[in-house]
Each structure stands twice: as structure tokens, then as C-alpha cells.
Design a protein around this ligand. Sequence first.
Ligand code: NAD
Ligand code: MG
Length: 389
Amino acid sequence: MLSTRPSVALLGATGSIGTQTLDVLRRELDSFDLVAIAGGQRLAQLAAIAKEFDVSNIGVVSNDDRVSLQAMVGPSVNIVVGAEGLTELSMCADVVVNAVVGFAGLPVTLSALQAGKRLALANKESLIAAAPLVAKVRTTGGAEILPIDSEHCAIHQCLAGSPDEPGHPDVRRLLLTASGGPFRGWTKHQLSSVAKSDALKHPTWSMGPKITIDSSTLMNKGLEVLEASALFGIEVDRVDVVVHPQSIVHSMVEYVDGSVLAQLSEPDMRLPIAYCLGSPVRFNHGWGRLDFSQALHLTFEAPDREAFPALDLAYAAARRGGAAAAWLSAANEIAVDAFLNDQISWSRIVPLVADVMDGFDDEPLTSLEELFENDATARRIAHGMVIGQ
Ligand code: NAD
Ligand code: MG
């Protein structure tokens, strides 16, 4: 029985999604065999995970890290380094969980699909930046993407009964729900002086710092519009955003006959993670189970597009196509990083991304080389703007 357990590679094992995936795996030791992990820092945590799950392959970012970690785990563990290491680990398991944050997760997405694996995808940035390239490798035999992002996992479930026709003609639109973040209802004036500690306090989810800041600007929802379009092959004009502060309805699909299907639970990422690992099997854990014996208030409202312009920036990037989404995501990574390092204010994050996008000149995106060039250019321009503040 043990030999038939699907093997799992968990890349980004020390982060928010990573540790919640470990929680799921702990409860499903008979179902999965964790064979590879990777992380950007926190070597002691990687060593502890390797020991607990008897993992024999670990990815780290530098040679120095490799030497330090090898001393902790002993010579029998195979340690690989950098993007090349991530590529190797992404091909070594049946199920690859991409829980790396940012563009650094690109080798995981591309290699897992190229190798015909199931990709349980949390790392939205790689899909958004490389959408045309991902579309190509996704056709590899055996390759599939199961979305961990809660909204997309909800849509995946709501689409289950829809015929798998290109463009989903029976779907009128996808409705992505958004909590609205910590600054929902704030005016432009109030938003001009927000504190970092407030931006890092998400009302309904506990997540890594980058996505928490993205949620506060609504850039996360903008990126998710692009993510939904790429995942489900539906143009962005059929993807709408609706603010739902309770984060219980994780997203919805409206069909052409008027039916709206939704997926509900208390916010708990272990539910979508377990869905992606097990699908079509559903594990009996009841994560995020709702208690309908209590009153349940669900409210929906339109997003404030003026106070949160990130949303329209994302739609604009989607309509321009080519490398525009790669520019948007790269510029945003630099801006969020600069905010977290106290180099720019919160209210400068999205305008900085908009300024970078002003310089975008309809670059195509047909190869990996073009993607790396565009990513580097957008980062250089964004960085220059941070330095020149
Ligand atoms: P996090 O910052 O908590 O964790 C990121 C992980 O990536 C860490 O393990 C870090 O060590 C690793 N990492 C960073 N750079 C790396 C590199 N170069 N090589 C190898 N590992 C590297 O982030 P998170 O909140 O867990 O988010 C991860 C991804 O999942 C993001 O793309 C995010 O948008 C997405 N996501 C997260 C949540 C959530 O609830 N946290 C929900 C939906 C989607
Ligand atoms: Mg999400």
C-alpha cells in the first residue's frame, strides 16, 4: 500500500501555504508520501520538516544554505540549489505544490506541467506572468492544474458540472469574491496615511506578507482576475469582482440560464489545499465547516474602484495582453517589497505600478527569454522609481 501512495513535492514549505499543506499531509500520512521540500530561508524549519516526514530531497536558494543545511540533516539527504534545484524537484513527484511566493515560483509551474504532473498551484504570480507559456505546457499528457487559491478552487468546484468546452459558452461570468481587505470603506484621504501594521492585518485570512499587502491594495484581486482568466480560459470581461467581507462565499459561477453556483466554508486554506491534493477524492476532515444552527449574514457589495485603482490596472493589463501582465506583477513585487522595507508609503504602491505600466510598449510574450527580459525590464524601471522617490 505504501508504494502506491502518490508522492508530493512541497515547494515553499516554510510559508503560510506550505505549513498549512503540511497540516493536511500530517492528517493524510497513509494517502501521500512527501518526497521533496524547498524554501527560501528558515533552514532549521526545513530540517525539522525533513526529519518529521523523512524527506530525502530539499531545495534551498544558495550554496551557503546548502552547506549549512547539509550539516543539519546529514549526508544522506539530497540538497539542490536555486531555480535549477526547483526545476529538478518539480519533476520528481506525482503532485507538485507550488507554494513559493512571487516570480521565483516560475520554474515550479513550468517544470511540473512539462513533466506531466498535477500542479497544485498557490503561486499565482507565475501563472499570471507566463500565461501564454503555461497554456502551451499545460497540454502535456498527464499535466493538470488544480488551483489552491480559494476563489479559483471555488470556481473549479462550481464548474465541475459544466461541459469542458473551450471558453465555457454556458458560463455568463465568473464572480470572484473579495474580502475588501483591512481598508474596505476607507476614503482616498484616509488611505493617504495608512500604517504598515494596519496593512499587515487582514480581516479574515492569515497569510504571508506579500499577499497580505496585495489584499490591502486590492492588487491581489486584480491578479486573481488575471489568474481566473488564464486558468479557466475565460476572457477578463467575463470575470467580475464582488466584495463579500465575511469571506464565506469563496467565489461563484453565473451560468447563462441565470443560475449562480457558489462554494462556501469558513475561511480555512486547508480545505482548498486538501481538495487539490485529493481531487476527485474528498477527505473527511471538515475544514472550515459551517455551523448553520447560528445566524449567518452574508453581504455583497461592489468594489470601490476609485479608492482601489489596482483592480482596473489589472483589467487594463489583461486587455493589452502580451507581456503586460508580467510587467504588472513584476512592478507590484518591487513596490510591495519597497513598502515592506519602509522605502515607499502604502499609498505609493499602486501609483508606482501604474507609472511602470505607462512605459509598457506592447511587448509580445512567446518565449521564456522574452518573459525573463520583460520581467527584468519592469523590475529595473520599478526599482529606479523606488530609488528616485
Ligand atoms: P509566504 O511568504 O508565507 O511563503 C513563501 C514561501 O516561499 C516560503 O516557504 C519561502 O521560503 C519560499 N520562497 C521564497 N522565495 C523562494 C525561492 N526563491 N526558492 C524557494 N522557496 C522560496 O507566502 P504565502 O502566503 O504562503 O504565499 C505563497 C503563494 O501562495 C503566493 O503566491 C500567494 O499569492 C499564494 N496564496 C497564498 C494564500 C495564503 O493564504 N497564504 C492564499 C492564496 C494564494
Ligand atoms: Mg485568493
